[in-house]
Ligand binder design. Sequence first.
Ligand SMILES: [Zn+2]
Length: 443
Amino acid sequence: MSSGIASREALRTLMILLGATAVALGLSPGGGLAADATVPRPPLDRQARACRDPALAVPPVPFRSTGRATYDPAIAALVAAVDAERYETALTDLVNGFATRYTTAASFSAVTDYVRQELLEAGIADVALHPFEIAGSTYHNVIATLPGTVDDGRFMVLGGHYDSTSENPDVSAPGANDNGSGTAALLALATLLRDAHLDHTVVLAAFAGEEQGLYGSEEYVADLVAAGKSGSLIGAVILDMLSFDRGGPPSILLETSGTFTNVIQDMGELAQLYTSLEVDTSTSPFGSDHMPFLDRSLPAILFIELDWDSYPAYHSTTDTLDRQTMATGVEITRLGAAAAALWAGARLNGAPTGTATATATPTSTPTATSTATATPTCACTPVTTPSATPTATATATATATVTPGPAAPVSSLTPLSLLALAALGARRRLRQRRHHPVNPARE
Ligand SMILES: [Zn+2]
């Protein structure tokens, strides 16, 4: 951990630089999928894309706390109430109950019915099926709404896809990690949040069609915008691949665009205050249900296990329960509970605590020119043992003109990004397995 930090102003400038770098690299906004569902989309393979796209080879950066966040007993109470047994039961039932959860498989409607029924049995009255189409056939997201106690229309989304895929998806796609784990987290959070009486509405969104190309979440966000509701969105937390790790303490990658580095900062502070998660961060978003939000400059963040790109059973018929570390999935679920407490406003015994206010607003409007080089050196096959000396370097220079975004509400969590530590040349942990060869062939 380096403490060689320059002035706050320098850090802010570099924070802008990183956002601008992402833009310069063509990552965001607009780097995602077209909204027109009639245009055939290629299957979405996050791992393959990470290997092929040089821009995504920029390694994640360890999170640094500002030390300014204060402990809030209302958040702690909600986090402590996450039921690990409920998470494990839900994940087990999802995997054992269905041979495949591939959206276009003949049996998929039974999976949709199961998710809907579980949310109803969690005690949520408002559970709706949200339709979308793939190649002329209709499938459904499952959308559960927990109304807030303050009737101001503001809401947050806790989302993740409940479909799965494999090499033989019509027959077998257990999807324990991808994304039984995120679905189990949603079901555990449904039970938890039912009685939480948060200020603002929480929408639990189980998306389908993710593996074919984010069809379900794309339709959901498009409909939000069309209905004029996107302006009331506090933020979206997307849970995708939570329960694989290669040993060591439970860990997480927080991923969003350079526009929302304050969201990364808030979630990183929550992780350090209320969970045992080791945190890395990335402002190169791709390949999951956070993209339809980010593509429209709506605040969203992906929670994903830190070791996702080492998972040997990715999109395989061997993505099974025995490969999962339940404790890691539960710990990331706890962070989901903390996020709901922060953004939707948790109160302790009905009284406002005065410290849990969301800051899911754009950090800045990057208007800079920048150059960035990364020299990744590794194979893209899953690596099960760490290689020796990492050799990647990342350098960047820029002249940034800062245009501050909207003023953030008062918060105990001060938005300040230290993502620029890599550009500062600070010593940091580099994992060779995260650096992919530059390949001009893009999907
Ligand atoms: Zn997934």
